[in-house]
Design a protein around this ligand. Structure first.
Ligand code: IMP
Length: 193
C-alpha cells in the first residue's frame, strides 16, 4: 500500500502524524488534499466506534485505504470524562482557558489528579473490513496551564514521569511519548510488515 488517506481536518493532528510517517515510504494524504470537508456524525460511544465511523466513511467516499483517529482526555476528577466528548466539552466554554480553570478547580477540590489521553485508530482497507490500533498515555492534571505547543488539552496535562505539560514539549518530543504516536506506530508496523 503506497497511498493512504488520513481522515482528518485537524491541522495539528495532521502535522503530528505526517512527521511520524515521513520516515516511511507511504504517501499520506489528508482530507484537505482532496478538498473534502464533510465529515460523518460521530455517534459512537467509544473512541474505537468513532474512529471506525470516520475511516469507513473516508474509504467509501474515495476508494482509497483510509485511517482515522478518535482521541480525547479522560479525567479522574470528572469521573473519567469527557472522553469521546472531549471536543464538545472544550467548545462549551467561552475559551480554552476557562475550560482549563474549571478542570483544575475540580481536580483540586476532589484531590484527584490522574488523567489519561487515549487514541484509537481505525484502518479501513476494504469494504466492511477495519482494524483498530490503540494508544494511551497516563499522567496528571497540572496545577496551572502551561506551554505554547500542541493543541487541545495539552497545556494542562503532565505525562507520567515528566515535570512539563505536553504543551511545553515540541512536536518531536510529544511524538516520542504520545497516545497518538503509540497508536500510529502500531499502524505503521502493521502496514510495513
Ligand atoms: P478528536 O475527536 O479525535 O478530533 O479529538 C477530540 C478532542 O480531544 C480534540 O478536539 C482535543 O480537544 C482533544 N485531544 C485529542 N488529542 C489531543 C492531544 O493530543 N492533545 C490535546 N488534546 C487532544
Amino acid at each position: 500500500m503506497s497511498r493512504l488517506l488520513f481522515f482528518s481536518n485537524n491541522k495539528n493532528k495532521i502535522i503530528e502524524i505526517k512527521k511520524i510517517f515521513n520516515k516511511f515510504n507511504i504517501e499520506l494524504i489528508s482530507l484537505n488534499d482532496l478538498k473534502i470537508s464533510e465529515e460523518p456524525e460521530e455517534k459512537g460511544q467509544t473512541f474505537e466506534e468513532n474512529a471506525k465511523i470516520k475511516s469507513d466513511y473516508g474509504f467509501n467516499k474515495t476508494g482509497i485505504p483510509c485511517f482515522a483517529d478518535d482521541s480525547g482526555i479522560c479525567i479522574e476528577s470528572l469521573n473519567w470524562k469527557p472522553g469521546v466528548l472531549s471536543k464538545r466539552f472544550l467548545n462549551n466554554f467561552k475559551s480554552n482557558e476557562a475550560c482549563f480553570e474549571s478542570i483544575i478547580k475540580s481536580t483540586k477540590k476532589n484531590c484527584k489528579q490522574n488523567a489519561y489521553f487515549k487514541t484509537s485508530i481505525s484502518l479501513t482497507i476494504k469494504d466492511e473490513q477495519n482494524i483498530v490500533f490503540n494508544g494511551k498515555i497516563d499522567g496528571k492534571i497540572s496545577e496551572r496551564a502551561k506551554g505554547r505547543f500542541g493543541f487541545g488539552y495539552d497545556p494542562i496535562f503532565i505525562p507520567k514521569n515528566y515535570n512539563k505539560t505536553l504543551a511545553e514539549l515540541n512536536t518531536k518530543e510529544k511524538n516520542e511519548i504520545s497516545h497518538r504516536s503509540i497508536a500510529v506506530t502500531k499502524l505503521i508496523n502493521f502496514l510495513t510488515n
